[in-house]
Design a protein around this ligand. Structure first.
Ligand SMILES: NC(=O)C1=CN([C@@H]2O[C@H](COP(=O)(O)OP(=O)(O)OC[C@H]3O[C@@H](n4cnc5c(N)ncnc54)[C@H](OP(=O)(O)O)[C@@H]3O)[C@@H](O)[C@H]2O)C=CC1
Ligand SMILES: [Cu+2]
Length: 427
Protein backbone atom coordinates (compact mmCIF):
# COMPACT_ATOMS: atom_id res chain seq x y z
CA UNK A 1 0.00 0.00 0.00
CA UNK A 2 0.96 3.61 -0.39
CA UNK A 3 1.32 3.91 3.36
CA UNK A 4 4.86 2.52 3.31
CA UNK A 5 6.23 4.95 0.81
CA UNK A 6 4.55 7.94 2.34
CA UNK A 7 5.74 7.28 5.85
CA UNK A 8 9.29 7.81 4.72
CA UNK A 9 10.81 11.20 4.29
CA UNK A 10 10.48 12.39 0.75
CA UNK A 11 13.87 12.68 -0.84
CA UNK A 12 14.55 15.14 -3.57
CA UNK A 13 15.26 13.70 -6.95
CA UNK A 14 18.59 15.43 -7.52
CA UNK A 15 20.20 14.52 -4.19
CA UNK A 16 18.86 11.20 -2.97
CA UNK A 17 20.39 11.37 0.51
CA UNK A 18 19.35 14.89 1.37
CA UNK A 19 15.91 15.33 2.87
CA UNK A 20 13.52 17.61 1.12
CA UNK A 21 13.76 21.26 2.01
CA UNK A 22 10.52 22.92 3.01
CA UNK A 23 10.16 26.66 3.25
CA UNK A 24 7.95 28.29 5.87
CA UNK A 25 6.89 31.93 5.54
CA UNK A 26 6.35 33.62 8.89
CA UNK A 27 8.23 33.00 12.10
CA UNK A 28 5.17 33.33 14.31
CA UNK A 29 3.80 30.76 16.72
CA UNK A 30 2.51 28.40 14.12
CA UNK A 31 5.43 28.72 11.72
CA UNK A 32 7.92 27.98 14.50
CA UNK A 33 5.97 25.05 15.91
CA UNK A 34 5.50 23.48 12.50
CA UNK A 35 9.14 24.10 11.60
CA UNK A 36 10.28 22.51 14.84
CA UNK A 37 8.09 19.45 14.34
CA UNK A 38 9.13 19.02 10.70
CA UNK A 39 12.78 19.35 11.64
CA UNK A 40 12.32 16.54 14.16
CA UNK A 41 10.72 14.44 11.46
CA UNK A 42 13.77 14.82 9.27
CA UNK A 43 12.91 17.67 6.95
CA UNK A 44 15.27 20.46 6.21
CA UNK A 45 13.57 23.77 6.96
CA UNK A 46 14.16 27.32 5.88
CA UNK A 47 12.16 30.30 7.15
CA UNK A 48 11.11 33.24 5.03
CA UNK A 49 10.73 36.33 7.19
CA UNK A 50 10.55 40.12 7.03
CA UNK A 51 13.56 40.34 9.32
CA UNK A 52 16.40 37.98 8.47
CA UNK A 53 17.94 37.90 11.97
CA UNK A 54 17.87 34.79 14.12
CA UNK A 55 15.96 35.03 17.35
CA UNK A 56 16.39 32.63 20.25
CA UNK A 57 12.88 31.35 19.60
CA UNK A 58 13.82 29.94 16.20
CA UNK A 59 14.66 26.25 16.48
CA UNK A 60 18.37 25.52 16.01
CA UNK A 61 19.39 24.42 12.56
CA UNK A 62 16.82 26.51 10.71
CA UNK A 63 17.97 29.32 8.48
CA UNK A 64 16.00 32.56 8.37
CA UNK A 65 16.12 34.30 5.00
CA UNK A 66 14.13 36.91 3.15
CA UNK A 67 10.92 35.66 1.61
CA UNK A 68 12.26 35.58 -1.94
CA UNK A 69 15.53 33.85 -1.02
CA UNK A 70 13.81 31.26 1.13
CA UNK A 71 11.25 30.52 -1.57
CA UNK A 72 14.01 29.76 -4.07
CA UNK A 73 15.31 26.95 -1.84
CA UNK A 74 12.18 24.86 -1.87
CA UNK A 75 9.29 23.68 -3.96
CA UNK A 76 6.90 23.72 -1.06
CA UNK A 77 6.17 26.92 0.79
CA UNK A 78 4.00 26.87 3.88
CA UNK A 79 2.44 30.28 4.41
CA UNK A 80 2.14 30.66 8.21
CA UNK A 81 0.95 34.25 8.05
CA UNK A 82 -2.45 35.77 8.80
CA UNK A 83 -4.59 36.34 5.73
CA UNK A 84 -4.62 40.13 6.28
CA UNK A 85 -0.91 40.24 5.50
CA UNK A 86 -1.00 38.13 2.34
CA UNK A 87 -0.79 41.08 -0.11
CA UNK A 88 3.03 41.18 -0.15
CA UNK A 89 2.95 37.70 -1.74
CA UNK A 90 1.69 39.13 -5.02
CA UNK A 91 5.11 40.78 -5.45
CA UNK A 92 6.71 37.33 -5.26
CA UNK A 93 4.58 35.89 -8.08
CA UNK A 94 7.64 35.21 -10.22
CA UNK A 95 9.58 33.35 -7.53
CA UNK A 96 6.53 31.41 -6.49
CA UNK A 97 5.59 30.36 -10.02
CA UNK A 98 4.92 26.61 -10.21
CA UNK A 99 5.56 26.11 -6.51
CA UNK A 100 3.27 24.52 -3.99
CA UNK A 101 1.83 27.11 -1.61
CA UNK A 102 0.28 25.67 1.54
CA UNK A 103 -2.36 27.83 3.18
CA UNK A 104 -2.74 27.08 6.90
CA UNK A 105 -4.76 30.10 7.90
CA UNK A 106 -7.88 30.32 9.99
CA UNK A 107 -10.39 33.09 10.45
CA UNK A 108 -11.91 34.58 13.56
CA UNK A 109 -15.49 34.23 12.40
CA UNK A 110 -17.41 31.78 10.23
CA UNK A 111 -17.64 33.11 6.66
CA UNK A 112 -15.58 36.17 7.57
CA UNK A 113 -14.59 36.83 3.96
CA UNK A 114 -16.56 36.21 0.76
CA UNK A 115 -13.94 33.79 -0.58
CA UNK A 116 -11.84 31.33 1.38
CA UNK A 117 -8.31 32.33 2.40
CA UNK A 118 -6.85 29.64 0.18
CA UNK A 119 -8.77 30.84 -2.88
CA UNK A 120 -7.71 34.40 -2.09
CA UNK A 121 -4.09 33.21 -1.99
CA UNK A 122 -4.54 31.46 -5.34
CA UNK A 123 -5.84 34.72 -6.83
CA UNK A 124 -2.89 36.69 -5.41
CA UNK A 125 -0.29 34.26 -6.76
CA UNK A 126 -1.78 32.94 -10.01
CA UNK A 127 1.13 30.68 -11.01
CA UNK A 128 1.31 28.78 -7.72
CA UNK A 129 -0.42 25.53 -6.81
CA UNK A 130 -2.33 26.33 -3.66
CA UNK A 131 -3.13 23.58 -1.17
CA UNK A 132 -5.15 24.07 2.00
CA UNK A 133 -3.94 22.05 5.00
CA UNK A 134 -2.96 22.07 8.68
CA UNK A 135 -5.49 24.68 9.80
CA UNK A 136 -7.13 22.24 12.21
CA UNK A 137 -3.88 21.54 14.05
CA UNK A 138 -2.94 23.97 16.80
CA UNK A 139 0.54 25.36 17.31
CA UNK A 140 0.40 24.30 20.93
CA UNK A 141 -0.47 20.71 20.05
CA UNK A 142 2.37 20.53 17.53
CA UNK A 143 4.84 21.85 20.05
CA UNK A 144 3.82 19.80 23.06
CA UNK A 145 3.32 16.68 21.00
CA UNK A 146 -0.05 16.12 22.64
CA UNK A 147 -2.26 15.81 19.63
CA UNK A 148 -5.12 14.61 21.73
CA UNK A 149 -8.00 16.27 19.95
CA UNK A 150 -7.71 15.00 16.44
CA UNK A 151 -4.97 13.74 14.21
CA UNK A 152 -6.99 14.49 11.14
CA UNK A 153 -5.73 17.13 8.75
CA UNK A 154 -8.11 18.19 6.01
CA UNK A 155 -6.34 18.76 2.73
CA UNK A 156 -7.75 20.25 -0.45
CA UNK A 157 -6.34 21.71 -3.63
CA UNK A 158 -6.78 21.79 -7.39
CA UNK A 159 -3.43 20.22 -8.29
CA UNK A 160 -3.41 16.55 -7.34
CA UNK A 161 0.39 16.22 -7.36
CA UNK A 162 0.79 19.21 -5.07
CA UNK A 163 -1.88 17.80 -2.82
CA UNK A 164 -0.13 14.43 -2.70
CA UNK A 165 3.14 16.13 -1.69
CA UNK A 166 1.43 17.93 1.18
CA UNK A 167 -0.35 14.77 2.26
CA UNK A 168 3.03 13.06 2.36
CA UNK A 169 4.28 15.70 4.80
CA UNK A 170 1.14 15.31 6.90
CA UNK A 171 1.71 11.56 7.16
CA UNK A 172 5.37 11.98 7.99
CA UNK A 173 4.38 14.20 10.92
CA UNK A 174 2.28 11.32 12.23
CA UNK A 175 -1.02 12.91 11.30
CA UNK A 176 -3.81 11.59 9.11
CA UNK A 177 -4.53 13.52 5.93
CA UNK A 178 -8.11 13.58 4.66
CA UNK A 179 -8.46 14.56 1.03
CA UNK A 180 -11.41 16.92 0.78
CA UNK A 181 -11.19 17.52 -2.97
CA UNK A 182 -10.65 20.76 -4.85
CA UNK A 183 -9.92 24.21 -3.46
CA UNK A 184 -13.66 24.87 -3.38
CA UNK A 185 -13.70 22.83 -0.16
CA UNK A 186 -11.33 25.31 1.51
CA UNK A 187 -14.15 27.44 2.87
CA UNK A 188 -15.67 24.52 4.70
CA UNK A 189 -12.27 23.48 6.03
CA UNK A 190 -11.65 27.01 7.30
CA UNK A 191 -15.02 27.12 9.02
CA UNK A 192 -14.45 23.76 10.65
CA UNK A 193 -12.26 24.82 13.62
CA UNK A 194 -14.71 27.62 14.44
CA UNK A 195 -17.61 25.30 14.91
CA UNK A 196 -18.49 23.98 18.30
CA UNK A 197 -20.26 20.66 18.00
CA UNK A 198 -22.37 21.90 15.07
CA UNK A 199 -24.22 18.64 14.64
CA UNK A 200 -24.96 18.29 18.33
CA UNK A 201 -26.67 21.61 18.87
CA UNK A 202 -30.06 20.70 17.47
CA UNK A 203 -30.33 17.25 19.10
CA UNK A 204 -29.28 18.60 22.48
CA UNK A 205 -31.59 21.62 22.47
CA UNK A 206 -34.43 19.47 21.24
CA UNK A 207 -33.95 16.82 23.91
CA UNK A 208 -33.62 19.44 26.65
CA UNK A 209 -36.77 21.18 25.43
CA UNK A 210 -38.71 17.94 25.30
CA UNK A 211 -37.46 16.94 28.75
CA UNK A 212 -38.50 20.28 30.24
CA UNK A 213 -41.93 20.11 28.66
CA UNK A 214 -42.52 16.53 29.83
CA UNK A 215 -41.19 17.32 33.27
CA UNK A 216 -43.74 20.07 33.84
CA UNK A 217 -46.48 17.95 32.38
CA UNK A 218 -45.69 15.07 34.74
CA UNK A 219 -45.20 17.46 37.63
CA UNK A 220 -48.68 18.85 37.22
CA UNK A 221 -50.27 15.46 36.69
CA UNK A 222 -48.49 13.41 39.27
CA UNK A 223 -47.42 15.77 42.01
CA UNK A 224 -49.49 18.95 41.96
CA UNK A 225 -52.82 17.36 41.07
CA UNK A 226 -52.75 14.71 43.87
CA UNK A 227 -51.61 17.39 46.28
CA UNK A 228 -54.44 19.75 45.44
CA UNK A 229 -57.25 17.20 45.16
CA UNK A 230 -56.19 14.44 47.53
CA UNK A 231 -53.84 16.38 49.75
CA UNK A 232 -51.22 13.70 49.04
CA UNK A 233 -47.63 14.86 49.14
CA UNK A 234 -45.50 12.89 46.70
CA UNK A 235 -43.11 15.68 45.76
CA UNK A 236 -40.16 13.27 45.98
CA UNK A 237 -41.40 11.87 42.65
CA UNK A 238 -39.40 14.61 40.94
CA UNK A 239 -36.18 12.80 41.83
CA UNK A 240 -36.63 9.38 40.26
CA UNK A 241 -40.19 8.62 39.22
CA UNK A 242 -40.69 11.57 36.90
CA UNK A 243 -37.22 11.45 35.28
CA UNK A 244 -37.77 7.75 34.71
CA UNK A 245 -40.97 8.57 32.92
CA UNK A 246 -39.41 11.31 30.82
CA UNK A 247 -36.35 9.33 29.70
CA UNK A 248 -38.04 6.57 27.70
CA UNK A 249 -40.47 9.00 26.08
CA UNK A 250 -37.71 11.36 24.95
CA UNK A 251 -35.60 8.42 23.78
CA UNK A 252 -38.40 7.10 21.64
CA UNK A 253 -39.32 10.50 20.19
CA UNK A 254 -35.68 11.10 19.25
CA UNK A 255 -35.43 7.65 17.72
CA UNK A 256 -38.49 8.43 15.65
CA UNK A 257 -36.86 11.68 14.56
CA UNK A 258 -33.83 9.72 13.35
CA UNK A 259 -36.21 7.88 11.11
CA UNK A 260 -38.60 10.52 9.95
CA UNK A 261 -36.32 12.59 7.66
CA UNK A 262 -35.51 9.48 5.59
CA UNK A 263 -39.21 8.95 5.05
CA UNK A 264 -39.81 12.59 4.19
CA UNK A 265 -36.83 12.52 1.82
CA UNK A 266 -38.24 9.45 0.08
CA UNK A 267 -41.60 11.16 -0.34
CA UNK A 268 -39.92 14.27 -1.76
CA UNK A 269 -37.91 12.15 -4.20
CA UNK A 270 -41.01 10.30 -5.34
CA UNK A 271 -42.89 13.54 -5.74
CA UNK A 272 -40.10 15.15 -7.75
CA UNK A 273 -39.47 11.98 -9.70
CA UNK A 274 -35.71 12.34 -9.31
CA UNK A 275 -33.11 11.72 -6.67
CA UNK A 276 -30.66 14.18 -8.14
CA UNK A 277 -32.07 17.43 -6.82
CA UNK A 278 -31.20 19.09 -3.56
CA UNK A 279 -33.37 18.65 -0.53
CA UNK A 280 -34.67 21.72 1.27
CA UNK A 281 -32.14 23.12 3.72
CA UNK A 282 -34.02 22.16 6.86
CA UNK A 283 -34.24 18.56 5.71
CA UNK A 284 -30.58 18.51 4.79
CA UNK A 285 -29.58 19.76 8.24
CA UNK A 286 -31.94 17.33 9.90
CA UNK A 287 -30.48 14.43 7.91
CA UNK A 288 -26.97 15.43 8.87
CA UNK A 289 -27.61 15.30 12.60
CA UNK A 290 -29.39 11.94 12.66
CA UNK A 291 -26.42 10.15 14.12
CA UNK A 292 -26.25 12.65 16.99
CA UNK A 293 -30.01 12.41 17.52
CA UNK A 294 -29.62 8.66 17.78
CA UNK A 295 -26.78 8.91 20.27
CA UNK A 296 -28.71 11.35 22.47
CA UNK A 297 -31.66 8.96 22.33
CA UNK A 298 -29.33 6.17 23.43
CA UNK A 299 -28.16 8.27 26.38
CA UNK A 300 -31.77 8.77 27.48
CA UNK A 301 -32.49 5.06 27.12
CA UNK A 302 -29.43 4.34 29.22
CA UNK A 303 -30.64 6.69 31.96
CA UNK A 304 -34.01 4.95 31.91
CA UNK A 305 -32.27 1.62 32.45
CA UNK A 306 -30.34 2.98 35.43
CA UNK A 307 -33.40 4.60 36.99
CA UNK A 308 -35.28 1.34 36.55
CA UNK A 309 -32.58 -0.81 38.12
CA UNK A 310 -32.75 1.13 41.40
CA UNK A 311 -36.51 0.67 41.79
CA UNK A 312 -36.29 -2.32 44.18
CA UNK A 313 -34.10 -0.45 46.65
CA UNK A 314 -36.25 2.66 46.83
CA UNK A 315 -37.82 3.28 50.24
CA UNK A 316 -41.15 4.28 48.72
CA UNK A 317 -41.37 1.07 46.71
CA UNK A 318 -40.43 -1.14 49.64
CA UNK A 319 -42.95 0.63 51.85
CA UNK A 320 -45.70 0.22 49.27
CA UNK A 321 -44.94 -3.49 48.88
CA UNK A 322 -44.85 -4.04 52.63
CA UNK A 323 -48.12 -2.27 53.26
CA UNK A 324 -49.72 -4.28 50.48
CA UNK A 325 -48.58 -7.53 52.10
CA UNK A 326 -49.66 -6.37 55.55
CA UNK A 327 -53.07 -5.39 54.28
CA UNK A 328 -53.48 -8.90 52.82
CA UNK A 329 -52.58 -10.39 56.17
CA UNK A 330 -54.90 -8.09 58.06
CA UNK A 331 -57.77 -9.00 55.80
CA UNK A 332 -56.80 -12.64 55.85
CA UNK A 333 -56.78 -12.70 52.07
CA UNK A 334 -54.33 -13.95 49.41
CA UNK A 335 -54.45 -12.39 45.99
CA UNK A 336 -54.30 -15.16 43.38
CA UNK A 337 -51.40 -15.32 40.97
CA UNK A 338 -52.28 -13.68 37.66
CA UNK A 339 -50.75 -15.53 34.70
CA UNK A 340 -51.50 -12.86 32.17
CA UNK A 341 -49.80 -10.24 34.35
CA UNK A 342 -46.84 -12.60 34.66
CA UNK A 343 -46.58 -12.83 30.90
CA UNK A 344 -47.09 -9.14 30.44
CA UNK A 345 -44.47 -8.14 32.94
CA UNK A 346 -41.80 -10.53 31.68
CA UNK A 347 -42.39 -9.82 28.04
CA UNK A 348 -42.23 -6.07 28.30
CA UNK A 349 -39.03 -6.33 30.31
CA UNK A 350 -37.60 -8.69 27.70
CA UNK A 351 -38.58 -6.30 24.91
CA UNK A 352 -36.87 -3.52 26.80
CA UNK A 353 -33.70 -5.54 27.29
CA UNK A 354 -33.49 -6.66 23.65
CA UNK A 355 -34.36 -3.22 22.33
CA UNK A 356 -31.75 -1.62 24.53
CA UNK A 357 -29.14 -4.17 23.53
CA UNK A 358 -29.66 -3.55 19.82
CA UNK A 359 -29.77 0.17 20.48
CA UNK A 360 -26.33 -0.02 22.10
CA UNK A 361 -25.07 -2.06 19.17
CA UNK A 362 -26.27 0.63 16.79
CA UNK A 363 -24.71 3.34 18.91
CA UNK A 364 -21.36 1.64 19.24
CA UNK A 365 -20.99 0.91 15.55
CA UNK A 366 -21.75 4.52 14.69
CA UNK A 367 -18.64 5.65 16.58
CA UNK A 368 -15.88 6.35 14.07
CA UNK A 369 -13.25 4.40 15.98
CA UNK A 370 -15.42 1.28 15.83
CA UNK A 371 -16.71 1.68 12.31
CA UNK A 372 -13.12 2.04 11.11
CA UNK A 373 -12.50 -1.50 12.30
CA UNK A 374 -15.28 -3.27 10.46
CA UNK A 375 -15.62 -3.61 6.73
CA UNK A 376 -18.56 -2.11 4.95
CA UNK A 377 -20.45 -5.38 4.74
CA UNK A 378 -20.15 -5.91 8.45
CA UNK A 379 -21.18 -2.37 8.96
CA UNK A 380 -24.20 -2.63 6.71
CA UNK A 381 -25.15 -5.74 8.63
CA UNK A 382 -25.57 -3.65 11.73
CA UNK A 383 -26.70 -0.39 10.24
CA UNK A 384 -26.64 1.89 7.26
CA UNK A 385 -23.74 4.22 7.68
CA UNK A 386 -24.91 7.69 8.68
CA UNK A 387 -21.64 9.20 7.48
CA UNK A 388 -22.17 7.51 4.14
CA UNK A 389 -25.35 9.48 3.88
CA UNK A 390 -23.57 12.47 5.28
CA UNK A 391 -21.52 12.90 2.16
CA UNK A 392 -24.44 12.46 -0.13
CA UNK A 393 -27.16 14.10 1.86
CA UNK A 394 -27.45 17.04 -0.47
CA UNK A 395 -27.56 14.94 -3.57
CA UNK A 396 -30.30 12.72 -2.51
CA UNK A 397 -29.13 9.10 -2.41
CA UNK A 398 -30.70 7.59 0.64
CA UNK A 399 -30.78 3.92 1.15
CA UNK A 400 -33.04 3.51 4.12
CA UNK A 401 -32.34 -0.13 4.82
CA UNK A 402 -32.17 0.50 8.52
CA UNK A 403 -33.51 -2.87 9.48
CA UNK A 404 -31.80 -2.67 12.82
CA UNK A 405 -33.19 0.74 13.61
CA UNK A 406 -36.65 -0.53 12.76
CA UNK A 407 -36.16 -3.46 15.09
CA UNK A 408 -34.95 -1.26 17.91
CA UNK A 409 -37.83 1.16 17.43
CA UNK A 410 -40.39 -1.64 17.30
CA UNK A 411 -39.03 -3.39 20.37
CA UNK A 412 -38.85 -0.22 22.41
CA UNK A 413 -42.24 0.93 21.22
CA UNK A 414 -43.84 -2.33 22.34
CA UNK A 415 -41.93 -2.10 25.57
CA UNK A 416 -43.38 1.32 26.30
CA UNK A 417 -46.89 0.39 25.21
CA UNK A 418 -46.83 -2.67 27.46
CA UNK A 419 -45.64 -0.48 30.28
CA UNK A 420 -49.15 0.91 30.44
CA UNK A 421 -50.34 -2.50 31.61
CA UNK A 422 -47.66 -3.36 34.18
CA UNK A 423 -45.43 -0.49 34.78
CA UNK A 424 -42.04 -0.26 36.32
CA UNK A 425 -42.47 3.47 36.03
CA UNK A 426 -45.67 3.55 37.99
CA UNK A 427 -43.67 3.37 41.17
N1 LIG B 1 -1.40 29.55 16.14
C1 LIG B 1 -2.06 28.46 15.84
O1 LIG B 1 -2.30 27.58 16.71
C2 LIG B 1 -2.57 28.22 14.45
C3 LIG B 1 -2.39 29.17 13.48
N2 LIG B 1 -2.83 28.97 12.20
C4 LIG B 1 -2.65 29.95 11.16
O2 LIG B 1 -1.29 30.19 10.97
C5 LIG B 1 -1.08 31.54 10.59
C6 LIG B 1 -0.05 32.16 11.50
O3 LIG B 1 -0.55 32.09 12.82
P1 LIG B 1 0.37 32.45 14.07
O4 LIG B 1 1.71 31.88 13.84
O5 LIG B 1 -0.37 32.04 15.25
O6 LIG B 1 0.39 34.03 13.98
P2 LIG B 1 1.53 34.99 14.54
O7 LIG B 1 0.90 36.33 14.67
O8 LIG B 1 2.20 34.40 15.71
O9 LIG B 1 2.58 35.03 13.37
C7 LIG B 1 2.29 35.54 12.14
C8 LIG B 1 3.57 35.78 11.39
O10 LIG B 1 3.27 36.38 10.17
C9 LIG B 1 4.30 37.23 9.79
N3 LIG B 1 3.73 38.57 9.45
C10 LIG B 1 3.00 39.36 10.26
N4 LIG B 1 2.67 40.49 9.62
C11 LIG B 1 3.21 40.41 8.39
C12 LIG B 1 3.21 41.27 7.26
N5 LIG B 1 2.59 42.45 7.27
N6 LIG B 1 3.85 40.84 6.16
C13 LIG B 1 4.49 39.67 6.13
N7 LIG B 1 4.53 38.82 7.17
C14 LIG B 1 3.89 39.19 8.28
C15 LIG B 1 5.23 37.39 10.95
O11 LIG B 1 6.40 36.65 10.64
P3 LIG B 1 7.84 37.39 10.37
O12 LIG B 1 8.01 38.33 11.53
O13 LIG B 1 8.79 36.28 10.35
O14 LIG B 1 7.70 38.06 9.06
C16 LIG B 1 4.49 36.77 12.09
O15 LIG B 1 5.32 36.11 12.98
C17 LIG B 1 -2.42 32.23 10.69
O16 LIG B 1 -2.97 32.34 9.40
C18 LIG B 1 -3.24 31.31 11.53
O17 LIG B 1 -4.59 31.38 11.19
C19 LIG B 1 -3.43 27.77 11.87
C20 LIG B 1 -3.62 26.79 12.80
C21 LIG B 1 -3.24 26.96 14.16
CU1 LIG C 1 -39.02 1.01 30.30
Amino acid sequence: MEKNSSNMIHLTADSPNKPETVCIFGTGDFGRSLGHKMLQCGYSIVFGSRKAQTSSLIPKGIEVLSHAEAAKKSNIIIVAIQRDHYNFLSELTEVLHGKVLVDVSNNLKINQYPESNAEYLAQLVPGAKVVKAFNTVSAWALQSGTLDASRQVFVCGDDSKAKEMVMGIVRTLGLTPLDQGSLLAAKEIENYPLQLFPMWKFPIYLSLGLSAFLFFYCLIREVIYPYVYENKNVSFFVVISIPNRICPIVALILLALVYLPGVIAAIIQLQRGTKYSRFPDWLDKWMLCRKQLGLVALAYAFLHVLYTLVIPIRYYVRWKLNSYIISQIQNNRTDPFNYSTGWHSDSYLALGILGFFLFILLGITSLPSVSNNVNWREFRFVQTDPSHELGKAGRGTHKSSKIQTTTVATLLYNHIVNTQAVSHCNV
